[in-house]
Ligand binder design. Structure first.
Ligand code: 1CP
Length: 352
């Protein structure tokens, strides 16, 4: 949390996006017979899966096990996660009429009762972190940014170029804006529920924002991301020595080298950097004033150890050009990754 607040730490903290998931045999075992979204809505299971990588790797943060489409499902949207594919919608949102039907669901209906399984899972996790002797390991909550969620809503599932979503924003800007505002309030409520229940930081994933030009990002995506973040901006968490601090907000997307400043400007404290741009160059683009998170190339996790070690040292060196640095991957842990490599990596970084 101190690194997120801009204070450089003697040892660089490290966690991994998608650290909870298919790379862990204990995850695959727990998930047998339970659908992904059902696992997310089972507090005991979600909490246990969140803790698995903390126990195994000794990472410096837990990330809440859930999915970006959970608030859509809780709002009543027909969405499921298909194994090996990702989120799939029963009925894609393609027209102004589709948008009107979707946005007739009042985001305010997502109240504490609806979010009860999420809040319960977060509370269990925070309590359990203390029980396993990792009480100073923070839990990071997360949500999908409106553009990335809208990309799934409009496409109806995973897509390479998100062309239907990008068409809609230009073809019917009013319908697009209504869709984005609604999505911002739904995903913002999900993030708020996690922080209220005890998450210490919040990461907004705009995974697919890199599909947008800077102009389109600023006009058609950034305002809704800023709106989503207003749902947690007023929240603070207690700090033993210093009273309270506002909850740090991390903002990450893939292929977003051209968007970094705009992504910071929506109200982020920390910018997550993918592996396509070196951290020192990312930090330069951010005026050397913004804490950064990233950006080990996930492909190198499976290379011989000396290659990975040299890469990690290079990332750490480049990270010094930012005020502070939280080491992470440039995107999620690939499912085939040998978990022993991640454990060794954490030990290596902690030993520096
Ligand atoms: O079968 C399985 O085990 C399901 C695979 C899986 C998992 C483990 C999915 C389906 N989601 C998750 C969990 C998840 N999703 C986490 C857990 C916490 C952790 O990091 O350990 C997080 C943070 C997410 C967020 C998420 N879901 C994002 C943003 C992060 C990113 O990777 O860019 C996105 C884009 C999704 C959608 C999604 N859900 C699942 C998949 C396979 C996808 C991506 C599909 C696509 O390529 O479009």
């Amino acid at each position: 949390m101190r690194a997120y607040q801009g204070a450089r730490q003697q040892t660089t903290p490290v966690w991994f996006m998608r650290q909870a998931g298919r790379s862990l045999p204990e995850y695959r075992e727990l998930r047998v017979g339970t659908r992904m979204l059902d696992a997310c809505l089972n507090p005991e299971l979600a909490s246990e899966i969140t803790l698995q990588p903390v126990r195994r790797h000794g990472v410096d943060a837990a990330i809440f096990f859930s999915d970006i489409v959970i608030p859509l499902r809780l709002a009543g949207v027909d969405v499921d996660i298909v194994a090996g594919k990702g989120p799939v919608l029963g009925k894609p949102i393609r027209t102004a009429a589709d948008v009107a039907e979707l946005t007739s669901i009042d985001p305010a209906s997502l109240d504490a009762t609806v979010f009860a399984p999420i809040a319960e899972a977060v509370r269990r996790t925070v309590t359990e972190l203390e029980t396993i002797g990792a009480g100073d390991t923070p839990l990071i909550g997360f949500a999908g940014a409106p553009f990335t969620l809208a990309a799934y809503l409009v496409e109806g599932g995973p897509s390479k170029d998100h062309i239907r979503a990008r068409t809609l924003m230009h073809a019917d800007p009013a319908a697009w804006a209504a869709l984005m505002d609604w999505t911002a309030d739904v995903t913002g409520a999900f993030l708020r529920a996690q922080v209220l229940a005890g998450a210490s930081a919040a990461q907004l994933f705009d995974s697919w924002a890199g599909a947008l030009s800077l102009d389109d990002y600023e006009q058609y995506a950034a305002p809704a991301s800023a709106r989503a973040l207003t749902h947690v901006r007023d929240l603070a968490y207690p700090v033993a020595a210093a009273g309270v601090r506002s909850v740090p907000i991390v903002h990450f997307g893939v292929g977003t080298g051209e968007l970094l400043t705009a992504m910071h400007d929506v109200g982020a404290d920390v910018v997550g950097i993918d592996y396509r741009i070196p951290l020192d160059e990312a930090s330069r683009r951010l005026g050397h004033t913004v804490p950064v998170q990233g950006n080990i190339d996930p492909a190198i996790l499976d290379a011989p150890w000396p290659v990975l070690e040299a890469h990690v040292l290079d990332v750490l060196e480049r990270g010094k050009s930012a005020p502070s640095h939280v080491l992470n991957l440039g995107h999620g842990v690939p499912p085939e990754t040998d978990p022993a490599v991640l454990t060794r990596l954490v030990e290596f970084v902690h030993g520096i």
